[in-house]
Design a protein around this ligand. Structure first.
Ligand code: FPP
Length: 243
């Protein structure tokens, strides 16, 4: 059995936390109970990543598409998010975790936005790990938004078409200060990206596991990282070129 190599831990892990609803159903509980249990899994994965020395952890907590869920579920998710941020702040500060958000934050309710800005401000000086929550996030919206902002710069003469490189384009995304994910995990046995980090995951190693998110454990995360450490990332080059 391979052991975790602490020197080759992925710098950025992104997770599509899926399966809360199915977990609730299997346990004869309400969907929101699945989300509650899912929030506990979030806490343990944040701790595990911090302990392993992961620099960035991005969690897909609420997509733009999730707004179309029943209002009661959306409201319950917002309450859960507020509770999570309030309860986790002392731990984030103690463990030197910076908090940030990607997505259309303006679409979130005012009280959630206030807690988000407060958490971002209070953890702004922390530097051991960055926890990124994707909220009201959609990869295509992010790209369209970047194009709009680039056009604005172009129209005002601050940017010419020839200056729009991949690097420049990346600076117009929500993730402008965040490196691309090395490893992307999706739970619950679904094999798709569902509009998550479309631009950023061009060379990301993908892992799809059957476990429903509330059951996802630190042990399973460690096993995935061990497997990731055995993969060869070639970025389009040959094996010989990267050795
Ligand atoms: C997907 O499960 C999960 C979500 C849409 C929300 C994710 C939220 C959490 C993990 C809990 C709250 C998060 C934080 C950061 C406090 P699903 O509802 O689509 O599950 P299903 O496909 O089985 O129905």
């Amino acid at each position: 059995m391979q052991r975790l190599d602490m020197k080759k831990v992925p710098r950025h892990i992104a997770i599509i936390m899926d399966g809360n609803g199915r977990w609730a159903k299997q346990n004869a509980l309400k969907r929101i109970d699945g989300h509650r249990k899912g929030a506990e899994a979030v806490r343990s994965v944040v701790r595990a990543c911090r302990a392993m020395g992961v620099n960035y952890l991005t969690l897909y907590a609420f997509s733009v598409e999730n707004w179309s869920r029943p209002a009661a579920e959306v409201d319950a998710l917002m309450v859960l998010l507020e509770k999570f941020l309030i309860e986790e702040l002392p731990d984030m500060l103690k463990n030197d975790i910076r908090f940030t958000v990607i997505g259309n934050v303006e679409a979130l309710p005012g009280n959630v936005r206030t807690i988000l800005s407060d958490t971002i401000a209070k953890t702004g000086q922390c530097s051991s790990m960055t926890l990124v929550l994707a909220l009201s996030y959609g990869g295509r919206d992010e790209i369209v938004n970047a194009v709009r902002n680039i056009l604005v710069e172009g129209t005002s003469g601050r940017l010419s078409p020839g200056e729009v490189t991949k690097e420049v384009f990346s600076r117009y995304l929500y993730t402008r200060d965040i490196p691309d994910p090395d490893l992307l995990i999706r739970t619950s046995g679904e094999y798709r990206l569902s509009n998550f980090l479309l631009w950023q995951s061009a060379y990301t190693e993908l892992y799809f596991v059957k476990t429903l998110w509330p059951d996802f454990s630190e042990k399973e995360l460690e096993d995935i990282i061990i497997d990731y450490q055995g993969r060869e990332r070639r970025f389009g080059l040959t094996s010989d070129q990267i050795r």
